[in-house]
Design a protein around this ligand. Structure first.
Ligand code: SAH
Length: 467
């Protein structure tokens, strides 16, 4: 059974650092059910592929697990698909062999841990109970493009039809730890089987690896149910623990709509990472996140020690509650709590609480303001709050034609009041800079198309008096 993970990030061989496995070496690891070999079929600066080859000892398995199984058909213990398919054995191998990468640890390249990388994972044979439809439903909401090929049951007997086995490739731009985590949890879910007994400890494992993305995954219930081997009591407990983390399932679908259109390509993550990078480089210590939404940027800001004072403001009280839930605010250590202030407020009214900060992020917010309120917003931010640095992003409307699921003429979100072309955004930004004494530079975010530009446009404003 073979899993490969490739990247075209430059230099691609940095994958070796993230995985703690040197691209020049073949390494073999002993596992309770066989051996795992790790090697790199490609290792150039342009493309690097790591392979995890799982060699399951099926006879050893029978001896080891004899007595724990209840199969009455004893040959099935010897003749089964387990050595040839991705299953919970693969998840165990991922955890054992790539444990540090799964946990997002890397001393040699710490910045890379949180960098979304172009990644492709290939699984040579993946059993999918629920078929291609379910396979897509699991991975597409997480931002992957799914390629799959379903195999026939037996090429000698065409009328036996298709099997439940697929060759699968998942393509996405995400952190390596996210990809490994998704594979770790979802492979056994697709297989709908586990080679070991499942108890409460399994809930903990699931929440540890899945909390961030399971809370709003559309297949949450099925994932939890299958992961816990259909044990109703455990499933109920896990689902209730998940909803304790605060996210009311099915609520606020509208808030998510824009992200769904874009997230397939991981845009939001790229946007937020770039924002943090710019603010970090400015040396800012006291930072505002204006229109903070559900707190995705706040979470990243909190993770960086450089930021001593972090403020999240949003006009929506409901969003602020969700921020608290998402960040597990009540359980944060006092030191972390002290760094974070959340309050409700509007960017269209002067607010003394916003004055005197080093930096402000206004990420995907201005397009939610009525055009008639823009001039009020300009004064509130650039004249009164006037932080030394402002990082502001907004969609580039020219790019919309590239979203297949966005009807022509529609904005990316129902609540958008406008979306700007690059020229409109640059004209507006240069005009406010001139009027309020800032210098502005522009940065395309995401892959740039020759004709329509990048999906997101970012302007970075630096107050002239602070230079
Ligand atoms: N910045 C966040 C959320 C973007 S969605 C992110 O990138 O994830 C836009 C957010 O702007 C919403 O949370 C909305 O409630 C907020 N918003 C809209 N009008 C606002 C206003 N006048 N003042 C402050 N926040 C506003």
């Amino acid at each position: 059974m073979l899993l490969t993970i490739s990247t075209t990030y430059s230099p691609a061989t940095d994958l070796g650092f993230l995985l703690h496995k040197h691209p020049d070496r073949l390494q073999t690891f002993k596992l309770p059910f066989g051996q795992a070999h790790v090697f790199y079929p490609d290792a150039s600066p342009e493309k690097c592929t790591v392979a995890l080859l799982l060699d399951i000892d099926s006879v050893g398995l029978v001896r080891r697990y004899r007595g724990q199984r209840s199969e009455s058909f004893s040959l099935a213990e010897y003749v089964n698909d387990r050595p040839y398919v991705a299953s919970s054995f693969m998840s165990v191998a991922i955890a054992r062999v790539f444990g540090s990468a799964l946990a997002g640890k890397c001393k040699e390249r710490p910045k890379l841990i949180d960098t979304p990388l172009p990644l492709t994972a290939k699984l040579s044979t993946l059993p999918c109970r629920g078929g291609e439809h379910f396979l897509r439903h699991l991975f597409e909401p997480l931002g992957y493009t799914v390629h799959s090929e379903q195999h026939v049951l037996d090429s000698q007997f065409a009328d036996w039809g298709k099997s439940r086995y697929f060759s699968v490739a998942l393509e996405g731009t995400c952190r390596l730890s996210d990809l490994l985590t998704h594979l770790y949890v979802l492979i056994p879910v697709l297989d709908d089987e586990k080679h070991y007994w499942v108890d409460e400890a399994e809930i903990e494992k699931l929440l540890k690896h899945g909390e961030d993305w399971l809370i709003d995954h559309p297949e949450q219930e099925t994932i939890v149910n299958r992961y816990l081997k259909h044990q109703r009591r455990l499933t109920r407990q896990a689902l209730s623990q998940l909803s304790d983390t605060g996210i009311e399932i099915d609520e606020d679908k509208q808030n998510e709509e824009e992200l769904q259109i874009e997230e397939r390509i991981g845009f939001h993550e790229i946007r937020l990472t770039k924002t943090i990078e710019v603010i970090e480089q400015s040396g800012a210590k006291r930072v505002l996140d204006l229109g903070c939404g559900e707190g995705k940027l706040l979470r990243k800001l909190l993770a960086e020690k450089q930021f001593e004072e972090i403020v999240g403001m949003d006009v929506s009280h409901h969003n602020l509650i969700r921020v608290k839930q998402r960040l597990h605010y009540d359980r944060l250590p006092e030191k972390q709590k002290d760094r974070l202030t959340l309050f409700q407020g509007s960017l269209c009214y002067r607010d003394k609480r916003l004055e005197g900060y080093d930096a402000a992020a206004v990420i995907e917010v201005i397009e939610h303001l009525d055009s008639s309120r823009l001039s009020a917003f300009e004064r509130v931010l650039f004249e009164y709050a006037c932080p030394e640095l402002i990082v502001l992003t907004t969609p580039n409307i020219e790019y919309n034609i590239k979203f297949e699921n966005l009807p022509t003429g529609r904005f990316r979100h129902k609540d958008h009041r406008f979306e700007w072309t690059r020229e409109e955004f640059e004209t507006w930004s240069k005009d406010v800079s001139k009027r309020f004494g800032y210098k502005v530079t522009f940065h395309p975010i995401g892959e740039t198309d020759d004709v329509v530009g990048s999906p997101t446009q970012m302007a970075v404003f630096i107050r002239e008096s602070s230079e």
